[in-house]
Ligand binder design. Structure first.
Ligand code: TYD
Length: 214
């Protein structure tokens, strides 16, 4: 195995990540994609970030509810990710399982980079440190205009630290997500999440069947 192979080619399993600003609707579709993969005979490990391990979940609690310096926030996101990779993602991919993660490093670029304004070079350095040779085989980026995301959030839950941010913050997150989608078109697929659930499911089925090479 050479050091430059991506996860999709170097390891027997496949890694799929779900991304989007808060309220974009990714949570609505994660179980659907997991069930689709299982129906095609895959063993699926579903996880999330920040979180995914006992330590990661403890960090999530702190990250979602305490104010902190923006570099502390970025470092803790990547600390949670390091543990998640070591304990969950890499062993599952080695076994040949399919791993679905509700958020991964693109969220750090979007939220800590785009939203909070942390220098992208620092995030790239952290990414190089934590997962230099592993990227998702597929990232589904759920995209909606800000007013729709905000209406969905307000209708469904008590807001955490990130969800309480203002419109400009989310506009910058969304812009960074879309910039990364343009930068990595082979990995990141933008899913128009303003459509009906049925339409979005049809699109997701086509994308996943393509990945399954059906
Ligand atoms: P989210 O995935 O939206 O979970 P839930 O649906 O339970 O609210 O919440 C995670 C929050 O953490 C989200 O607001 C984005 C933020 N986040 C970052 O800021 N940076 C990161 O690297 C990750 C993984 C998440």
């Amino acid at each position: 195995m050479t050091s430059h192979l991506s996860a999709s080619t170097a390891l027997p399993g496949k890694f799929i990540t779900f991304e989007g600003i808060d309220g974009a609707g990714k949570s609505t579709h994660i179980d659907f994609v997991a069930d689709l993969l299982k129906a095609h005979g895959k063993t699926v490990v579903s996880s999330r970030e920040p979180g995914g391990t006992p330590l990661g979940e403890a960090l999530r609690e702190v990250l979602l509810h305490q104010k902190m310096h923006l570099e502390t926030e970025a470092l803790l996101m990547f600390a949670s990710r390091r543990e998640h990779l070591a304990q969950v993602i890499e062993p599952a991919l080695q076994r040949g399982d399919w791993v679905i993660s509700d958020r991964f490093s693109d969220a750090s670029f979007a939220y800590q980079g785009g939203g909070r304004g942390l220098d992208v070079a620092k995030l790239e350095a952290l990414e190089q440190w934590v997962h230099p040779h592993l990227q998702p085989a597929l990232t589904l980026l759920f995209d909606v205009p800000l007013d729709i995301a905000r209406a969905r959030l307000d209708a469904t839950r008590t807001l955490d630290k990130f969800e309480q941010e203002q419109t400009t913050f989310f506009a910058n997150c969304r812009q960074e997500y879309l910039r990364r989608a343009a930068q990595f078109p082979d990995r990141i697929v933008v899913v128009d999440s303003t459509r009906s659930i049925a339409d979005t499911r049809a699109r997701l089925t086509a994308i996943i069947e393509n990945l399954l090479e059906l």
